[in-house]
Write a protein that binds this ligand. Structure first.
Ligand code: ATP
Length: 632
């Protein structure tokens, strides 16, 4: 193929612009990215060679070589990995193949686009070379192709790239960076060693550089022909814990996660027994943008006996721990294991169970720690990932109790977000209190101002305020905690049991009896808009509220289902009235009794966050009353 010029895909141009403008302050990361690509290329070759040994062509010593040429001002990163064919070079280095990255780019807006933190999330990869280079030449040959099928790709990283066929003896790839003016610091062994030491020490393939010797005559270091290994060249997770510094753990995390921030916590273990494997698992500090996509693949890489097998092996983690990143290296699985096989493997099941327990232990250690620092970390974790952990309550029966202890809620006693655990709640329960009370609502404000809470406030009883979408679903799987049932304050009739003394109960009964004729009249006026009307003692300041029967779906859940486009049974509310309230008392003799009954119901619905079915009728009724009542 003679030289051809191709245009970059539009998104590539965008990324190139971002990379060179936003990441300059941390420019040395380009080396990390290119070394990581070289290492991936070696992993891919090893993987493909499992079924096709000929790909090695007798050369199984995989290595990454870095060299520089002070005169030509080039820095070259070479590998003898899988290499690229002409088609692959054109598509891998000219388009953005990963659809996730493309969607991510599209979702960024305005100022966000300049945020290096966000850009870092998807890994800048090959294009980061342009931070320091004004031209990159890639010379490559795919393993298995003949020597006349080499490829040269070259571009200044603006709008287009050139592609031509070249003869190339060895398989693999050379990435040649033509350094920009002012980037000469990368033409130094010392600098390169320090950057490799910082970011790429854990890479399991040896990274080689030519040794330097001091030349007395010239009074400077001269490159020799001996190659030395400048990284530890053993996969981080295979090393003993005591040989790994926290910085190295964090650096490895950044490498595999594309996160620029440190992980919140990590755990590293070698598991022996029925199933033998090593796990190095991290909890990120921040939730990714697509956390809510349950289709999103997990972040755990699978290795078998140090050979990389696949990214995002979702079978290794339950879906509710999809935010966990890391590596699992199994000693038992076959090298040619496929995603389908993983789903059925008993070894994988053991790994999943073991890893889940490890992650939960890691979270428990933070949550139960005496250290304020760890507690703060857990609070941060909860803010980012709490709602996903709630999915686990329904999905992971075996760990339900452990998960229940990790839950945190907002409550009427604590105004600082979701910080109250069920154990905290139980420890504060009043004498005679049996149940754990909660309310679900669309927003915290709606939950807090709900009329159903009035009696609980008056009696100084704590109520958990649940406002996450998944709460209702979680509650359908979590009925009790340490023997205390979880009870909605908006369902059924309140039974405060021992929390009400005899006199109060008696008074409630009497006032309900006295209010019966009024209750019957309201019921007639409202007809089939309600399931029932009754007097209640749960209200203190409000005239009325709506509740649902014990076994009916909560109104909040019905709304969520409708919003999600699903069928929800239409549940008629029960209207509860406060016989002591001035408005209710005043209704008795009113000529507008029917209108007032409808207004009381509509207002109770509004207070609960529901939409009323006929807002125009409501407004008309209220306006009519205002006109009568307000002197004009
Ligand atoms: N040294 C190399 N050898 C073989 N292929 C390579 C090499 N460097 C890059 N590639 C190919 O180019 C593609 C794009 O590289 P790039 O670094 O931009 O993204 P990536 O490696 O897929 O993602 P990331 O770097 O974010 O992990 C790679 O997926 C790979 O197919």
């Amino acid at each position: 193929m003679t030289k051809q010029t191709h245009a970059f895909q539009a998104e590539v141009k965008q990324i190139l612009h971002l990379v060179t403008h936003s990441l300059y302050s941390n420019k040395e990361i380009f080396l990390r990215e290119l070394v990581s690509n070289a290492s991936d290329a070696c992993d891919k070759l090893r993987f493909e060679a499992i079924n096709n040994d000929a790909l090695f062509g007798g050369d199984t010593d995989l290595a990454i070589r870095i060299r520089f040429d002070k005169d030509a001002r080039t820095l070259t990163i070479s590998d003898n990995g899988i290499g690229m064919s002409a088609e692959e070079a054109a598509s891998h280095l000219g388009t953005i193949a990963r659809s996730g990255t493309r969607e991510f780019m599209a979702s960024l807006e305005g100022e966000q686009k300049k945020d290096a933190q966000l850009i870092g999330q998807f890994g800048v990869g090959f294009y980061s070379g342009y931070i320091v280079a004004d031209r990159i030449t890639v010379e490559t040959r795919r393993a298995g192709l003949p020597a006349d099928q080499g490829v040269r790709w070259s571009s200044e990283g603006t709008g287009e790239f050139d592609l031509e066929t070249i003869p190339r003896e060895q398989r693999g790839t050379d990435i040649i960076l033509h350094l920009r003016e002012g980037e000469d610091e990368f033409l130094s062994s010392w600098k390169i060693k320090s950057v490799v030491g910082k970011y790429s020490d854990h890479i399991s393939i040896p990274i080689l550089m030519r040794e330097e010797k001091w030349d007395e005559e010239k009074s400077e270091y001269q490159l020799t022909d001996t190659w030395e290994t400048i990284n530890k060249a053993s996969a981080l997770w295979t090393r003993s814990k005591s040989d790994i510094t926290p910085e190295q753990y964090q650096e490895f995390y950044k490498q595999i996660s594309y996160d620029q921030a440190d992980a919140l916590a990590y755990t590293h273990n070698r598991v022996e027994g029925r199933s033998e494997y090593t796990q190095l698992l991290y909890i990120p500090a921040k939730a990714p943008m697509d956390l809510w996509n349950r289709e999103r693949r997990g972040g755990v890489k699978l290795y078998v006996k140090r050979v990389f097998i696949m990214d995002d092996a979702e079978a290794l983690m339950p879906s509710y721990l999809r935010f966990v990143k890391g590596v699992i290296d199994s000693a038992d699985l076959p090298l040619n294991v496929s995603r389908e096989l993983l789903q059925e493997s008993r070894d994988v099941k053991a790994i999943r169970e073991g890893s889940t327990k490890r992650v939960l232990s890691m979270l428990e250690a933070l949550a139960d720690s005496e250290s304020a620092d760890d507690k703060a970390k857990y609070a941060d974790f909860w803010t980012e990932f709490g709602a996903v952990i709630k999915e686990g309550v329904g999905e992971d029966f075996a760990n339900r109790e452990r998960l229940a202890k990790l839950l945190r809620f907002a409550s009427t006693k604590h105004d600082a977000g979701q910080t109250v655990s069920l154990a905290d709640y139980v420890s504060r329960m009043k004498e005679g209190q049996k149940a754990i009370y909660y309310i679900t609502a669309d927003t915290l404000a709606a939950a807090k101002s709900s009329p159903q809470l009035e009696i609980f406030r008056q009696k100084d009883l704590e109520v958990l305020l649940l406002t996450d979408r998944v709460d209702e679903w979680m509650l359908s799987h979590l009925f009790e905690f340490e023997g205390h049932s979880l009870t909605s304050v908006a369902k059924g009739s309140v039974d405060l049991g021992d929390l009400q003394d005899e006199a109060e109960k008696k008074q409630a009964e009497e006032s309900a009896k006295a209010a019966q004729p009024l209750v019957d009249r309201i019921k007639t006026a409202l007809g089939d808009r309600v399931k029932d009307v009754r007097a209640t003692s749960r209200l203190v300041d409000s005239p009325a509220c709506v509740v649902v029967a014990d076994h009916d779906m909560s109104a909040h859940l019905a709304r969520l289902l409708k919003q999600a486009g699903q069928e929800a049974p239409s549940v008629k509310p029960i209207l509860e009235i406060n016989p002591g309230h001035a408005l209710i008392k005043g209704m008795e003799g009113s000529a507008q009794f029917d209108d007032l009954a409808h207004i009381v119901l509509d207002q109770a619905l509004l207070a609960e966050g529901a939409a009323i079915d006929d807002p125009a009728a409501y407004v008309k009724r209220v306006t009519a009353l205002l006109v009568q009542g307000v002197p004009v």
